[in-house]
Design a protein around this ligand. Structure first.
Ligand SMILES: NC(=O)c1ccc[n+]([C@@H]2O[C@H](COP(=O)([O-])OP(=O)(O)OC[C@H]3O[C@@H](n4cnc5c(N)ncnc54)[C@H](OP(=O)(O)O)[C@@H]3O)[C@@H](O)[C@H]2O)c1
Length: 272
């Protein structure tokens, strides 16, 4: 039994495991002795990153038919997948735009969204919905990384952040998860800092320390704003597993104030 009450039968699926938060979450899960399966579109990237210590399921959350094998027998899902808030290569345009065309797309969100294959609506909203749809009905917890600002999309600076629909997509995903009746935990970070540590090995990831030196603050009702360390977001995902104070809750997480030597996650979760 691990510190999170994990037994041998528990198997955690991490979607977006090769990303900044995802790889830190995987490292932390492995450190706690959890069995981990990662969902990725790129098996060799995941195999190199996690050195054979995880099960690798190849899938794309936009394609529902690639997901059933990934979710088979999992007890928990941590979903840290996502695309960029603004048009970038990660939006996977039909025809790769040149610099001038990118510039044009910034002034034409409708055209950018229509031409992108991996836009926020396709990944962060529809993709998450596909994952929820195939999740085992007896799943113990679905942990989802959303974003600060989903409840105040029309306020600055979130009105700018949402120009291409990232907050609309995250909000839609939150609603899908809540309506699914799966036990859930929704974690809403501010602008992410620290990493992504994309070429690090697992041991280095575990030793990663936040540059920010700021404490972790949780909030509810989408009222706080700030930057958030990817390390703290990954730890929040893992620490929230099997913690009854986190069931069916949505909370914001930012870094503020003087950081103590140890973050007391239980005490933080009791506040939400
Ligand atoms: N950046 C910010 O300031 C910010 C603020 C608030 C919230 N967030 C959220 O925080 C989370 C983590 O962010 P991050 O910057 O650490 O992540 P990231 O490095 O951008 O990684 C995102 C991951 O999503 C996966 N992915 C993308 N499209 C996919 C698809 N169609 N199917 C399956 N997987 C897909 C990628 O995996 P593969 O390529 O291996 O498949 C990648 O590992 C994201 O949900 C993000 O939206 C970010």
């Amino acid at each position: 039994m691990t510190s999170n009450g994990f037994s041998e039968e528990n198997l955690v699926l991490v979607a977006g495991a090769t990303g900044g938060v995802g790889q830190l979450a995987v490292a932390k899960l492995l450190d706690k002795g959890c069995k981990v399966r990662v969902l990725t579109r790129n098996a060799s990237k995941a195999e190199n990153m996690f050195a054979g210590k995880v099960e690798v399921a190849v899938g794309d959350i936009r394609n529902p038919e690639t997901l059933p094998a990934a979710v088979a027998n999992v007890t928990h899902i941590i979903c840290c997948s996502g695309t960029t808030a603004f048009p970038s290569e990660r939006w996977e345009f039909e025809n790769k735009p040149n610099f001038l065309q990118y510039f044009g797309l910034f002034f034409n969100p409708a055209e950018a969204k229509a031409k992108a294959k991996n836009s926020p609506m396709k990944v962060d909203a529809q993709g998450v919905s596909n994952l929820v749809e195939v999740a085992p009905k007896d799943l113990k917890q679905f942990v989802f990384i959303s974003s600060c600002g989903v409840e105040r999309k029309n306020e600055f600076p979130y009105s700018i952040l949402n120009k291409f629909g990232i907050l609309d997509a995250k909000k839609q995903a939150e609603e899908t998860i809540i309506n699914s009746k799966l036990p859930y935990t929704i974690i809403r970070p501010g602008q992410l800092i620290d990493g992504p540590y994309t070429s690090y090995d697992l041991n280095t990831l575990l030793r990663a320390k936040t540059d920010g030196k700021l404490d972790v603050v949780l909030g509810t009702g989408d009222q706080i704003t700030g930057q958030t360390s990817r390390i703290d977001v990954a730890n929040a995902c893992v620490e929230s597993l099997n913690n009854s104070n986190c069931y069916n809750k949505a909370f914001e997480i930012v870094n503020q104030g003087k950081r103590p030597s140890v973050i007391d996650w239980n005490a933080l979760f009791e506040q939400v």
